[in-house]
Ligand binder design. Structure first.
Ligand code: HAM
Length: 422
């Protein structure tokens, strides 16, 4: 049966769902361009090392979730599980830092692949809208990046959004914190899950993110990263928070937020819908990554960015009933009541289409009943009827399906009549 069944964790998008997805892409791209971002389109697959090296060997994404395969020349290829490492690869390979050393702002949109356990809002193929900025480490920039995400939420109509924010410090802060965590978890580790047992040696901060042991006794009084931040990291974080305050951003400091990808430094954050009990999953997340570019080309260019899960935004918008007229098609259906009228319908249809009006027509049937069904199915706002009488008088009949009124309109006036009303 595989030949007519989609792969687990993937989805088909059609009709309203396809329109919803494109709507979000359109709003997000238009909004982010006002923040000075330019689009980047990178390949959907990359050399496996791109993600291995940058996302981190010990992250769940690299360890368990990548779609990795050998191509016919035995090269290890990976379907991108996220955008940040791929965009950084493109930034370096195309030497974008040479033309614009000060500030490069990029956004992207497209499918990502992770072998996760599928559930609501979690898929194996999903779409992200993401942004990456290469430029100075500046609290003002961190805050503006977060504000740009809120601008997108706002334009989508999502007003009840909170950003959970934390600082995981610079490398010095983290070194101190990691030592403290190792010491703290030592007394509990025997009764913790296998992943945690491994992470206590490889990356103890990831224990904070453990789904299996989230209610374990050990999670109750974990040392806070904020007690280990260097003065520099502490001041940086305070400035970010002050700027968010000044811009009325709804934030919550979450000292346990560490994020699942290994490249982050200092500011990290995740976005949540606040009025939605059944969607306790992040709509998006991101943070600063000051060392990624340096680790690849030894030039000190810090980065910061975030990505939204489009399917999750769709669920959040569904839950708040936000679509309204946004995705309703404004279709005109033309009915020809005999063969000659049908020919006239096609000419009129294409005149209107050339003027960006969506027009549908029945190509075969001349009966009114069947053609009304098509109008119904396509949600037509206007139905144009052409029969022998209309043809003889160089007019058409136009029915407005919303006001339930009907008017006779001269052939030459049809376009302007519709333009005024659509
Ligand atoms: P991430 O938190 O792994 O971050 O993913 C960002 C968002 O993608 C999540 O908050 C969620 O909305 C969506 N997402 C992730 N996995 C799935 C899934 N299996 N199904 C549906 N949606 C999913 C990143 O990917 C980073 N690259 C973000 C970033 C950009 N950091 C800096 N720049």
């Amino acid at each position: 049966m595989g030949f007519c069944q989609k792969i687990k964790g993937t989805q088909d998008f059609f009709d309203d769902n396809a329109r919803k997805m494109r709507f979000i892409e359109d709003v997000a791209s238009k909004t982010i361009k006002t923040y000075g971002f330019n689009e980047i389109i990178t390949p959907i697959f990359e050399n496996t090392e791109v993600f291995q090296k940058n996302v981190g060997e010990d992250s769940d994404v690299v360890k368990k979730e990548m779609y990795t395969f050998l191509d016919k020349s035995n090269r290890s290829i990976t379907l991108r599980p996220e955008g940040t490492a791929a965009v950084a690869r493109a930034f370096i390979e195309n030497k974008m830092y040479a033309t614009n050393q000060q500030l490069t702002k990029l956004f992207y949109y497209g499918p990502m692949f992770r072998y996760e356990r599928p559930q609501t809002g979690r898929y194996r193929e999903f779409n992200q809208f993401g942004v990456e900025v290469y430029g100075p480490s500046s609290p003002m920039l961190d805050s503006d990046v977060i504000i740009s995400a809120f601008a997108i939420f706002d334009k989508l109509g999502l007003k009840n959004i909170k950003v959970k924010i934390n600082s995981i410090g610079n490398s010095e802060s983290r070194k101190n914190y990691v030592n403290a965590l190792k010491k703290y978890f030592e007394k509990y580790i025997d009764s913790m899950c296998d992943d945690c047992k491994r992470r206590i040696n490889t990356n103890p901060m990831r224990i904070l993110d453990c789904k299996i042991d989230q209610n374990h006794e050990a999670m109750k009084s974990i040392p806070s990263i904020h007690d280990y931040l260097t003065i520099e990291s502490k001041e940086y974080f305070e400035k970010v928070i002050n700027i968010l305050d000044a811009n009325n951003i709804n934030y919550e400091i979450d000292t346990k937020l560490v994020r699942g990808l290994d490249y982050y430094t200092d500011t990290v954050f995740e976005f949540y819908a606040t009025n939605n009990d059944n969607l306790n999953i992040a709509l998006g997340g991101g943070g600063r990554y000051s060392d990624m570019i340096k680790s690849m080309i030894n030039i000190d260019i810090p980065g910061i960015g975030y990505a939204f899960g489009i399917e999750r935004l769709m669920i959040a918008m569904d839950n708040e009933n936000l679509w309204g007229q946004l995705i309703t098609k404004n279709v005109v259906t033309i009915m020809g009541l005999d063969d000659i009228s049908k020919e006239k319908s096609l000419i009129l249809a294409n005149l209107l289409r050339n003027n960006e009006i969506i027009v549908e027509m029945d190509y075969i049937n001349t009966s009114m009943k069947t053609q009304f069904k098509l109008a119904d199915r396509t949600n037509a706002k206007f139905i144009i009827i052409i029969g022998e009488e209309e043809r003889n008088n160089n007019v058409v009949t136009i029915k407005n399906t919303i006001t339930k009124t009907q008017e006779t309109v001269k052939d030459i006036d049809v376009l302007s009549y519709l333009k005024e009303r659509l």
